[in-house]
Design a protein around this ligand. Structure first.
Ligand code: FHN
Length: 466
């Protein structure tokens, strides 16, 4: 994980040093913004679900694989990328009968993983509505043999199990209702349909925690009209960063897909992350991230001040994949022990990472997320406060030996020869009084985990071409 000095310097520039953990609410977002977004700042970790007609195809059309693992867009883009003619794609609805769908199970998997909110695709770019709507027949209740409304079932389950419920909605791209070119201004009837959807979504399903707009186009005033409906009908609903409405309409920023902040962020920021390459279900994408990789991404994201929305792409039968359940269960076990270092924390006060990992914080406390254990001690520099005590989240009763060299400005914590957690161990430092840091301190380490790995098959394809 060592970096060259040049890259190190770049990182120092990217990482905003300083102790102020969170920027005050942007005035344009209104006086209630801090109150509205408080739960989201506490939550830090949520589940993203991409589910729709594309699941039936699993990334393949007429024997060709269009998944991201083949260098394509992503399985849910197949209608555009194959391309699948509109009527043939719409006919897939007759095959979409996810009888094994169990909202209770999906929500309990998210809950057991330690996720505090869930966001599912009500309508993706293919225009198919996964909810009951009067504004188009192209929806799961009217067009499929399934005839149930999974959005309603999930909304109810989330309420029952105490998870916040949010909806993704593709407002700009809609290959079925709007056509394939977003360069043209949407027709009035398209805009009216989206506005009708907004009203249905915000009145028929109880509290909507987040409306996750995606890939907004340049028609700012139209986009703003959608955001305004949200504000009017459910003033507490958070609006994602990709609406592209006028300033202040979105409540937080979104990082590019699968990208954690490269350095500290003070604005409310969320990373959408995949567990493998594709968002939607893909039959043969085996590029699964390991539990360790997922936890590293979550830890680093949180240590830099961001939330993470981790995606699952359920099957056309309505089930989560065993690989997803397995990973989320393991993540949940880690969260049971180490959740204190995630929930309600803000970014670490340093403007750099450490050789062993990174830091998240709460008033008077620092959480050292140790990605690389060192039997000789975990060494930290740049902290001016005196350390009152330190312990492992995995072993709260055992006080750790702390060697604080005030002159050198270093702290070494001896926590044993073996890492208590094979993935990430967390050490908590409590300081005397509030955390103060030495602003002149710098560091040269950066955990470069901002991008997921490149599709192996696509790489192979490209190199064959050369
Ligand atoms: O095109 C979509 C993609 O299918 C997926 O929904 C992601 C999730 O953040 N958003 C878009 C690309 O940025």
């Amino acid at each position: 994980m060592n970096m060259t000095w040049i890259a190190g310097l770049l990182v120092v520039v990217l990482l905003a040093a300083g102790a102020a953990p969170r920027a005050a609410a942007d005035g344009k977002k209104g006086p209630d913004h801090d109150k509205r977004i408080a739960w989201w700042r506490e939550a830090r970790f949520g589940m993203f679900i991409h589910w729709g007609l594309y699941a039936v195809l699993g990334g393949e059309w007429e024997g060709e694989d269009y998944g991201k693992e083949m260098g394509g867009a992503s399985a849910e883009w197949i209608m555009l990328r194959a391309p699948v003619p509109r009527e043939k794609y719409a006919a897939l609805a007759k095959q979409f009968n996810p009888v094994r769908f169990d909202a209770g199970q999906w929500v309990s998997v998210a809950k057991a993983a330690g996720m505090k909110y869930l966001v599912i695709t009500a309508k993706h770019h293919d225009g198919f509505c996964l909810f009951d709507t009067n504004a188009t027949d192209y929806n799961i209740v009217d067009a499929t043999p399934f005839q149930r409304d999974p959005i309603r079932e999930l909304a109810e389950e989330c309420r029952k199990q105490g998870i916040r419920f949010g909806l993704y909605y593709s407002h700009a791209k809609d290959w079925y209702h709007r056509g394939r070119s977003e360069a043209k201004r949407p027709t009035d009837s398209y805009v009216k349909m989206v506005q009708a959807h907004m009203r249905e979504i915000l009145t028929n399903y109880g509290d909507i925690a987040v409306l996750w707009f995606d890939m907004g186009d340049r028609f700012t005033s139209i986009n703003t009209s959608y955001g305004r409906i949200v504000r009017k009908l459910q003033p507490n609903t958070l609006v994602s960063g990709r609406l592209r409405g006028s300033e202040g309409v979105s409540d937080y920023k979104n990082m590019p897909d699968r990208t954690i902040p490269p350095g500290n962020v003070d604005a409310d920021t969320e990373t959408p992350m995949t567990m493998r390459l594709n968002w939607g279900y893909d039959r043969d994408d085996d590029n699964w991230k390991s539990v360790k990789e997922i936890l590293e991404l979550l830890s680093l994201c949180v240590c830099r001040g961001g939330n993470m929305l981790l995606n699952v792409g359920p099957t056309p039968e309505g089930t989560l994949m065993p690989e997803e359940i397995e990973r989320l269960t393991a993540v949940g076990k880690w969260m049971d022990v180490n959740g204190e270092a995630i929930y309600g924390t803000t970014r670490g006060p340093f403007g750099y990472d450490f050789e062993w990992g990174a830091v998240s914080s709460k008033p008077g406390k620092l959480y050292l997320h140790v990605l690389k254990w060192n039997a000789k001690g975990i060494k930290l520099h740049g902290l001016k406060s005196t350390v009152a005590r330190a312990h492992l989240l995995a072993d709260p009763k055992r006080k750790l030996t702390v060697d604080q060299d005030v002159e050198a400005g270093t702290i070494t914590i001896l926590a044993g020869t073996e890492a208590p957690d094979a993935n990430i161990s967390v050490i908590v430092i409590e300081t005397e009084g509030e955390v103060t840091i030495d602003r002149s301190a710098t560091g040269k380490y950066h955990w470069d985990k901002s991008h997921h790995r490149k599709p192996a098959k696509a790489r192979a394809k490209r190199s064959r071409r050369r």
